[in-house]
Structure formats: C-alpha cells, structure tokens
Write a protein of this length. Structure first.
Length: 270
C-alpha cells in the first residue's frame, strides 16, 4: 500500500518522504545531499516551492544535519557522560528563564576555621606563645586555678604573655614565677610602670621581661588597655581569656584575636 501511494506522488515529494523514513536513502547519483549546493541551483531556476517550502523536506535536512552533528561530537569524545557536569538549557528553558540565566555551581560550605585551628593546635605538641587575658574582679579560688594553669604552661616550655593588672594578670604572673623560668614570661603594660597600682608594682619587680608604654600615659586607661591587648595578640599564637559575658573590652579582644586567626579559649566566670 505504501509503495502504491509513493508511486502516485510527485518524484521530489516521494523522494523526500522516503528520505525521512529510510535513513539509508541516497540520491540517485550516490552523492551526499547537501542543501548548500541545492539552494543556489534552485535560486537560479526560479521559485522551487517543493524544495524551499515543503515541511517534509526541511525535516529531512534537519535530521541529516543532526546525525552529522552527533557523529562529529562522538569523534571529538563529547558524549553524554562527559557533558554530565554542564547543563545546556533547552529552547523551552531559554524562553521561560530568559537568556540571562547562567550556570551556578553547587554551594559548598567553608570549613570551620576555628575548629581546624584547634585541631591543628592539638596535633602540634611543641611549645608556643600564649596570651592570657582576664578580668580584675576574680575570687581567690579562680585565681589559684589560673596560677596552676600558668605554672603548667611555663614548665611545658610555652612562652606566656600577659599584662600587669590585678586579678587574672596577677595570678598568671605568680604561677609563671613559680616555674622558675623567667625567660618564658613577658609582661606588657598599657602605660608606664609608675601608672600601675602599688601592689602590681611590687609583683612586677620580680619579672625579668617587662615592657612599658609611657607614650600612652596621656590616654584613658580603657584605651591604653585596648592597645596593649592588641600588642599582646600580635606576639602569640593562642589566647586564653577569663571573663564575664558583659566584659566588653575582653569580648572585643577575643573577637579581634579570632579575626587575626588566633586560637581563642574563652572561660566565662558567670
């Protein structure tokens, strides 16, 4: 029945239909069909309605072009498996999403830097520089615990940096002095020694390495202490702080240490 219908159609149309239904079809001269060579001839001979406007003919040429495109991609190794990482939008997606749609890579969260730094510090058993900060308002029991911690840090060859105020700083100094390693204790004062309380001056007289800052004597104590804390942070790899939640200056110091990628261990006293 199909053969009878094809025999009744015009030769060009029947050839086009047969081309679209049979992939092994070739023109009578056994040459590959090339639309680029057919179009000039058609233009020279005048209007060719069956060649230029027939949907069947255009579909045949599109299928042949697609087959050649797929064959070229196969020769270049651009198969579907290699294209799995790149999603080219379809025509429908381009219409709906617009031409401005771009490929966005999958979001990968940044690793926790603080966690990685603490893990690295645990794995490194060697001595390091440690800065001690803390509040002046501290009970006797807390001070004794800080003395023990400071003593343990010094006898394990860690270098201790602290300031000269009462409370936490005084406990750190007393613990470090008990270790009898004066070269591993450095006290950085926010101002000159004469600006310190009398009890602090007596304790500081036993410290070998005391750094004064007389050029900050004209500043309020809170501003001089902030600058002093920043100086201590610049000398250490780790910060240990004892504070209350409302200790504003100490909270700022710990945050600044984190911004400088220091290891921060914060103990809350409330």
């Amino acid at each position: 029945m199909s053969a009878v219908l094809l025999s009744l159609l015009p030769p060009l149309v029947s050839s086009s239909l047969y081309c679209c239904t049979n992939k092994s079809f070739k023109p009578p001269n056994s040459a590959p069909l090339n639309i680029n060579t057919l179009l000039p001839a058609a233009a020279a001979d005048g209007p060719q309605p069956l060649m230029s406007s027939s949907p069947t003919t255009r579909m045949c040429h599109m299928r042949r072009a697609r087959d050649r495109y797929n064959a070229a991609r196969y020769e270049m190794g651009l198969d579907e498996e290699n294209d799995a990482g790149i999603q080219i939008p379809t025509q429908a997606q381009s219409v709906v999403e617009g031409s401005g749609a771009v490929l966005v890579s999958e979001f990968k969260p940044v690793p926790d830097i603080d966690y990685l730094q603490e893990l690295l510090a645990i794995q490194q058993d060697g001595p390091r520089a440690i800065g001690f900060f803390g509040t002046r308002n501290m009970g006797f029991t807390h001070q004794k615990l800080i003395e023990i911690l400071s003593y343990a840090m010094v006898i394990t060859k860690n270098h201790i940096y602290t300031s000269g105020a009462s409370g936490t700083n005084a406990a750190v100094i007393r613990g470090a002095l008990r270790a009898e390693k004066p070269e591993l204790l450095t006290v950085i004062l926010p101002q000159s020694l004469k600006k310190q309380p009398p009890e602090s001056q007596e304790l500081l007289s036993k410290v070998q390495n005391v750094i004064e800052k007389p050029y900050n004597d004209h500043l309020p104590l809170i501003e001089a202490s902030r600058l002093c804390n920043m100086d201590i942070i610049s000398h250490v790899q780790q910060v240990i702080c004892f504070a209350f939640h409302d200790s504003r200056l100490l909270m700022e110091t710990c945050q600044e240490a984190k911004n400088m990628r220091k290891i921060v261990t914060l103990f809350y006293l409330d």
